[in-house]
Design a protein around this ligand. Structure first.
Ligand SMILES: NC(=O)c1ccc[n+]([C@@H]2O[C@H](COP(=O)([O-])OP(=O)(O)OC[C@H]3O[C@@H](n4cnc5c(N)ncnc54)[C@H](OP(=O)(O)O)[C@@H]3O)[C@@H](O)[C@H]2O)c1
Length: 263
């Protein structure tokens, strides 16, 4: 039997549509930006680190439809300027992937520093709100739009000792539902993807620190007995962004190899 392979889609589902990926300089965001570019979009990556952004543009192929923007999404004024410049470059935004996130505190509430709590909420939740607010005006003007928020399985079923991260990811699902209901009649869909564990810049230090036994237990917590791959998360994001999901709004889709089944 032929081996199953995740083949790249190449048929231009997003031809010449302007799509923004926050945190597209690494991990799941970078894979999503690559796949969108291959599928015909004008892709705009947002991040804070200029070197990472330059490398990401090269990784995508550096063509005339890939753009990078240095911007801290927690800063409303920076976001407003960046989204205006995106519109000026390739036209009004069709799609937004709110993917950027941090996870500085691995603690219960008692041991969570207020700075870590605030930083996490400011990036993971307020950052997504800032970008959604800036994008939705352009989507209303064009009469269509699709937003995908990257939450987590920890946004549906709390991880132990991740107070601020869990709260931010539950909040993101609240933002998803809230915006979905407010803009549904105006042809703007808003959904969330909730990944299980995937090895990226965000999680690699955690995996290294936890040691072999705990890492194996984490892998086993996924019913499929493996971690996810960035391209498996990206496929779900592109589906929800696309016309293929034209009657889907307000959902939080687990892409988790059965992690949530294991409770
Ligand atoms: N990996 C997993 O196992 C997993 C599981 C569940 C959910 N997720 C979610 O999936 C998403 C992607 O995760 P990942 O693992 O791919 O992480 P990652 O590689 O660390 O990517 C996160 C990106 O966010 C950017 N970023 C952070 N703060 C920012 C800010 N204030 N403004 C703009 N950009 C900012 C970072 O770029 P700069 O450093 O350049 O700012 C970085 O490229 C996150 O929302 C994460 O919570 C991941």
């Amino acid at each position: 039997m032929e081996e199953f392979k995740l083949m790249p889609r190449t048929y231009g589902r997003f031809e010449d549509k302007t799509i923004v990926v926050t945190g597209g300089g690494s991990g799941i965001g970078l894979q999503t930006a690559k796949d969108l570019h291959r599928d015909g979009a004008f892709v705009h990556i947002i991040g804070r680190n200029a070197k990472k952004l330059t490398a990401a543009r090269e990784a995508i192929g550096g063509g005339s439809k890939a753009f990078v923007h240095q911007c801290d999404i927690s800063q409303e004024d920076q976001v407003a300027l960046t989204f205006k410049s995106i519109e000026d470059t390739s036209g009004k935004i069709y799609g937004l992937v709110n993917n950027a996130a941090i996870n500085p505190s691995r603690n219960d509430a008692t041991h969570t520093e207020i700075k870590d709590w605030r930083d996490t909420l400011e990036v993971n939740l307020t950052g997504a709100f800032n970008c959604s607010k800036a994008a939705v005006g352009q989507m209303l003007d064009r009469g269509e739009g699709s937003i995908v928020n990257i939450s987590s399985v920890g946004g549906l079923n709390a991880f132990t000792t991740r107070t601020s991260y869990n709260a931010s990811k539950f909040g993101l699902i609240g933002l998803t539902q809230s915006m979905a209901i407010d803009y549904a009649e105006r042809n703007i869909r808003v959904n969330a993807v909730c990944p299980g564990y995937v090895k990226t810049e965000l999680t690699a230090p955690l995996f290294e620190k936890m040691g072999k036994d705990k890492f194996e237990a984490l892998v086993s917590a996924h019913a499929m007995k493996r971690l996810g791959r960035p391209e498996e998360i990206s496929k779900a994001i592109l589906f929800l962004l696309s016309e293929e999901a034209s009657f889907i709004t307000g959902v939080a889709l687990p892409v988790d190899g059965g992690y949530l089944l294991k409770g």
